[in-house]
Ligand binder design. Structure first.
Ligand code: IDP
Ligand code: MG
Length: 136
């Protein structure tokens, strides 16, 4: 049974700023993810607030939204068997200090807020997040 899924990945401002876009894309491709769509954009803070609305009660919400809108990001639709979980595994733990060897956050993450990548955490959220950035 094939279980091909799509998930949303974001290369966050800290990684784009360090010119890691191509390196990170190559990691995804080498692990069997297809990059179905991608674009480099900069979003307004209000859009970041919508995107991260699930975190609106958290103490870090304001800084998180300021950060995500602080510079260019690369948003991508990734496709693979079990892409949602597979991407979360490849990203590693939210805090790069806790991320395992071989994960993107271990390799590139600077801190819990500047952790280089975002990935959808469920199939339902993947659909919502893909729709958020890729409307057609
Ligand atoms: P995730 O990105 O691994 O799914 P979430 O808990 O969904 O982690 O948090 C969203 C983002 O908010 C994280 O990637 C990180 O950038 C930031 N964040 C999460 N927890 C903290 C915190 O305790 N302090 C500062 N930033 C945080
Ligand atoms: Mg999350």
């Amino acid at each position: 049974m094939s279980n091909v899924e799509q998930t949303l990945s974001i290369i966050k401002p800290d990684a784009v700023e360090r010119k890691l876009e191509n390196e990170i894309k190559e990691i995804f491709k080498s692990k069997g993810f297809k990059i179905i769509k991608d674009k480099k954009i900069q979003i307004e803070k209000a859009e970041a607030e919508k995107f991260y609305k699930v975190h609106e009660t958290k103490p870090f919400y304001n800084d998180l939204c300021t950060y995500l809108s602080s510079g260019p990001i690369v948003v991508m639709i990734l496709e693979k068997e079990n892409a949602v979980v597979g991407n979360r595994e490849l990203m590693g733990a939210t805090n790069p200090k806790d991320a395992k060897d071989g994960t993107i956050r271990k390799k590139y993450g600077i801190s819990i807020d500047k952790n280089s990548v975002h990935g959808s955490d469920s199939i339902d959220n993947a659909k919502i997040e893909i729709g958020f950035f890729f409307k057609d």
